[in-house]
Design a protein around this ligand. Structure first.
Ligand code: SF4
Length: 347
């Protein structure tokens, strides 16, 4: 199939097969064909969002050496980056949430490592909820949860979660892929929105693997999907593989947008960059505190971008930025047909 046929299919709102996604991912990132896909993904993103990009503000509730040992993560115990941990107080959490809200974040996210106690997270959510506007969306980026736990999160005031079946799940960490899917089902059944992403992409990942994961994310009907590259953490096992270019990441961001159902409005990329925005990314995260891609405890002093920087990147790529609560989460979430873990994604 030629690139103009892919574009025609996208304009007709048809879905793409695994083989077609592999073909789109196989174009050289700087080829006219890849650029044509970037342009179509951008057009589609503008269509489904009304031309408004979003910035969500994420802060960490804790930093801890984490026993799940995802080799790409600076918190992994195995990587020996952080020997000691810390947790922020409820007052600090409220102050960060209110600051993000005041600065215009379209949603506020709390991030925790996998072993952070649920009870504590619920207390934090209730406290934050008491201080932010009722319409502000509160999203959790946290470990796997059962349905009963997800329901408690909903009751405590969360509107949604960021949750992903990552590349190499079960191979380069201690989390079984099925566990991720079970959690996604639980969150959706509890009435929480799920946003996700194809991540963390390294140079060694094949187009075939990426296409499988893109289709998985489409299958869960997320609030947003997207693509993010793996950031090499110095002195860790995966650092030797290096990093894909921003242009290659932009290509994967574009193909992911084209593969999502129209009901999925958001298309994220991380870390924020103009090429991603040019290719149809509509969601960046500003970050404060601990960050799994950073070897510094306060990412705002190193890799993390603030809202102003994210705004500037979107503006440079010609996007307007939404004012008010995120519109990636617009209808009441319903339990969705679950995506499938194909053998290529299984442990
Ligand atoms: S990515 Fe999450 S689960 Fe994995 S090691 Fe880091 S904090 Fe733990």
């Amino acid at each position: 199939m030629q690139v103009h046929e892919f574009i025609k299919k996208s304009r007709w709102g048809e879905s793409f097969s695994w083989e077609e996604l592999v073909a789109m991912l196989s174009y050289a990132p700087a080829s006219p064909e890849a650029y044509a896909l970037l342009a179509e993904a951008r057009r589609l993103s503008e269509e489904v969002t009304g031309g408004k990009a979003e910035i969500h503000g994420q802060f960490a509730l804790d930093l801890a050496p984490c026993t799940r040992n995802c080799l790409w993560c600076s918190f992994a115990e195995h990587n020996k980056i952080f020997k000691e941990g810390w947790q922020i107080s409820a007052e600090e959490a409220v102050s960060l949430a209110v600051r993000f809200e005041r600065e215009g974040a379209n949603a506020v996210l709390t991030m925790t490592t996998a072993d952070y106690p649920l009870q504590k997270m619920l207390e934090m959510a209730r406290e934050i909820r008491r201080h932010i506007r009722p319409e502000t969306l509160l999203i959790a980026n946290t470990g796997d949860k059962t349905l009963a736990q997800a329901e408690k999160m909903k009751d405590a005031g969360f509107n949604g979660v960021y949750h992903a079946l990552r590349l190499d799940e079960g191979r380069r960490n201690r989390i079984h892929p099925e566990k991720r899917l079970e959690s996604i089902r639980s969150f959706q059944e509890a009435g929480l929105w799920v946003g996700t992403c194809v991540e963390p992409i390294g140079p060694e990942h094949t187009n075939e693997e990426l296409a499988h994961l893109i289709l998985f994310t489409a299958g869960i009907h997320p609030a947003f999907s997207g693509a993010a590259r793996r950031i090499p953490i110095p002195h860790t096992e995966l650092a030797k593989y290096g990093m894909i270019s921003e242009l290659r990441m932009a290509q994967i961001v574009a193909v992911t947008r084209l593969a999502m159902p129209r009901s999925t409005r958001g298309n994220c990329t991380h870390e924020p960059c103009t090429l991603g925005a040019m290719a149809g990314a509509t969601l960046f995260w500003a970050e404060v505190g601990a960050n799994p891609r950073d070897d510094q405890e306060k990412t705002e002093n190193n890799r993390g971008k603030d809202l102003g920087m994210c705004r500037e990147l979107f503006t440079e790529a010609g996007w307007e930025i939404l004012e008010g609560p995120s519109q990636h989460f617009t209808q009441a979430p319903e339990p969705k047909a679950p995506g499938e873990i194909t053998p290529a994604l299984a442990q």
